[in-house]
Write a protein that binds this ligand. Structure first.
Ligand SMILES: Cc1cc2nc3c(=O)[nH]c(=O)nc-3n(C[C@H](O)[C@H](O)[C@H](O)COP(=O)(O)O)c2cc1C
Length: 205
């Protein structure tokens, strides 16, 4: 079901209004701008909010969705199957700006029937380095490490993704943008409506 979540529906649309501010902050950032901390809503089992640092690919020139990768066997996939929503939070210390992007995440796994999504999955696999591809051939993530655990030295083929390789497409639905500079500070909220248009409202910080 998760695989059928429409992804990148607004690929051809113009950039969302918050994109300019984010692009500027990414451009000025000295820290690794492609690393984000992703969090999921707490589950029935725990009140804690699960989080994971993930590398992500920028939103591109016009697409308002971004790409990440993960292993099908990792715990976060169960989180996603339980709830295909999450939040990215970024703080850029150089510009003193915080962006909180909440949105829908589509999991594109090996069994996804949509040819376009499979093609996107394959393209992402081919863009990875050998070292990054190699991690998907490692033993089950999060399981106890054993003497017998095999970590292959040869990277897997660049042509076809390994079965456990998943592409994640994150499509923000609301963005909370806080500018710490200024007295008072400035804060805006952007929401994406059903027709894919964004609304903007200034908030008290
Ligand atoms: C700098 C950094 C980048 C990471 N990038 C990814 C990534 O792109 N994809 C991924 O699945 N895990 C990535 N991880 C590992 C995850 O944060 C997490 O530890 C791992 O995927 C296990 O997650 P799980 O709790 O879902 O099993 C990264 C960790 C660090 C420290």
């Amino acid at each position: 079901m998760l695989d059928r979540v429409n992804s990148c529906r607004d690929l051809k649309m113009s950039p969302a209004p918050w994109r300019l501010a984010l692009a500027r902050a990414l451009h000025r950032s000295c820290a690794n701008p492609t690393l984000v901390t992703f969090s999921w809503p707490p589950s029935a089992k725990t009140d804690a909010q699960p989080t994971a640092p993930l590398f992500f690919e920028d939103f591109g020139k016009t697409a308002n969705c971004s790409k990440m990768v993960c292993d099908r066997r990792s715990a976060k996939v169960q989180q996603l199957q339980r709830c295909p929503w999450g939040e990215i939070c970024w703080y850029f210390s150089e510009t003193r700006e915080q962006f909180r992007l909440a949105g829908e995440i589509a999991l594109i796994a090996a069994d996804c029937a949509d040819p376009a999504q499979q093609q996107a999955r394959q393209q992402m696999w081919q863009q990875l380095s050998d070292a990054a591809r190699g991690q998907f051939a490692w033993p089950h993530p999060g399981q106890p490490r054993r003497e017998s655990s095999v970590f292959p030295e040869e990277p897997p083929s660049v042509q076809a993704p390994l079965a456990v390789f998943c592409l994640l497409l994150f499509q923000p639905q609301s963005v909370d943008f806080l500018e710490l500079r200024g007295e008072p500070q400035n804060r805006w909220r952007y929401d994406r409506n059903e027709s894919g248009q964004w609304t903007e409202i200034a908030l008290n910080p």
